[in-house]
Design a protein around this ligand. Structure first.
Ligand SMILES: [Zn+2]
Length: 102
């Protein structure tokens, strides 16, 4: 199922994760409470694999003239599926706000 906010359990919108995905795994901010979530490292790796492996297969096995459609299909399939597969975790960054170092 699609990810929920770890703080308030509000489900992320598919479009939020989609955007995060195609902008180099930007953190997703909860629409309800504003908590930032980043893609878990394992999910990041999986997303790259799911994108790269089919692309490489297409490049190896297809004629140059016919790779556009398969590539578009791969991108479409990944865009649809990855928001449901990727795991997001709460971004912990409150710890480093000037802790008396002045
Ligand atoms: Zn939230």
């Amino acid at each position: 199922m699609i990810q929920k906010c770890e703080h308030c359990r509000t489900p992320f919108a598919w479009g939020q994760i989609f955007k995060s995905l195609w902008f180099a795994f930007q953190p997703v901010t909860c629409r309800n409470c504003g908590t930032e979530h980043k893609v878990a490292n394992a999910s990041r790796l999986m997303a790259v694999m799911l994108l790269l492996v089919p692309v490489i297969v297409v490049f190896i096995f297809m004629e140059n003239s016919s790779i556009v459609m398969p590539l578009l299909l791969i991108i479409a399939a990944d865009s649809l599926l990855l928001p449901f597969i990727l795991k997001y975790e709460k971004l912990e960054k409150q710890l480093d706000t000037n802790n008396g170092n002045r």
